[in-house]
Design a protein around this ligand. Structure first.
Ligand code: 13P
Ligand code: SF4
Length: 304
């Protein structure tokens, strides 16, 4: 529509004026992905934030992503167009609880999934994302106990992949956890020619039924490189859009209806424009917390 064209043009102008770069996660609304300079998974967004030459980063995603960008680029202004866009999974772990748990496991190494607050990252030895969690855990000394925070499903998956016993947190992502083995069986029956891809935040019995397990960036690569022509997509529905763009000749079916992360959908073009115009909401991280969280994030970036 005309309105859409106008707002896209305004965003482009403000972006230039502010010397800003727009980073978006794959779960963002299609129109938001379209105006982004870079669209990626959590790891790719962290890498971009660390390396990008811009004065302002507009993070179209959720709070922990903007915090990670700020931690890795403290000299830049980081804008989160909707300040209330959180991650219920990240909210399942508070720094104080992690500190208490850690004290009860003498000598433990704390591995923290990137879907967590800066304060929890600051309590951690190393961060991981869905794309490098197995690699991160495999890099740790075999004789030390490992506490994995906060996603229990991802923790169980990593434990199975690495053959290591992990101390788990009982957090989960409600969007991925709601996908059931029955959903996968029904989707397979409806589309027997399709391969099933699922995110490792899914339940173990869902993961058992998949042909491919990986984060959003991994799914995109897998679908592109596979000779198969049809895929059942077991993750947040926003992922269908980048998959369709990358694989226009392939069939893509959501594994279940209503796999929607409400927080991811809070970002709109209108809010992106307003954020650039007003230079807020800005995301700040306490410098002491940021310093400790940065060490854990950088350790991850070094090995992945
Ligand atoms: P990815 O790292 O796979 O992009 O996942 C982010 C996320 O929020 C999953 O729910
Ligand atoms: Fe958090 Fe789940 Fe939304 Fe990802 S999909 S941002 S893990 S609530």
């Amino acid at each position: 529509t005309g309105d859409m064209v106008a707002i896209r043009e305004e965003i482009r102008e403000w972006k230039e004026r502010r010397k800003a770069v727009i980073l978006a996660h794959y779960y963002q609304r299609p129109e938001v992905q379209e105006i982004a300079d870079f669209v990626g998974d959590s790891l790719q967004l962290a890498r971009q934030a660390a390396g990008v030459a811009a004065e302002v980063i507009v993070l179209c995603g959720v709070y922990f992503m903007a915090e990670s960008a700020k931690i890795l680029s403290p000299e830049k202004t980081v804008l989160l167009p909707e300040a209330g866009a959180g991650c219920p999974l990240a909210d399942t772990a508070a720094a104080e609880e992690v500190r208490l748990r850690k004290e009860k496991i003498p000598g433990c190494i704390v591995v923290t999934y990137v879907n967590s607050s800066a304060a929890v990252k600051a309590e951690s030895d190393i961060v991981c994302t869905s794309s490098n969690a197995v690699k991160v855990v495999n890099s740790l000394p075999a004789d030390r106990p490992v506490l994995f925070v906060p996603d229990g499903n991802l923790g169980k998956y990593v434990s199975r992949q690495t053959g290591r016993k992990l101390f788990l947190w009982d957090g989960c992502c409600n969007v991925h956890h709601q996908l059931t083995a029955e959903d996968i069986r029904l989707a397979r029956a409806a589309h027997p020619e399709a391969l099933v891809m699922v995110h490792p935040e899914c339940r173990p019995d869902v993961i058992d039924l998949a042909d491919y397990v990986g984060g959003t960036g991994g799914m995109l690569r897998f679908a592109q490189e596979s000779p198969h022509k049809a895929f059942i997509v077991g993750t947040e529905e926003g992922m269908i859009y980048p998959l369709r763009k990358a694989c226009p000749d392939k069939a893509l079916y959501p594994a279940a209806s209503s796999l929607v992360c409400r927080d991811m959908k809070l970002t709109t073009l209108e809010k992106v424009k307003t954020a650039l115009e007003m230079m807020e909401p800005q995301v700040e991280v306490d410098p002491g917390v940021a310093e400790r969280a940065r060490r854990a994030l950088e350790r991850m970036l070094e090995i992945s």
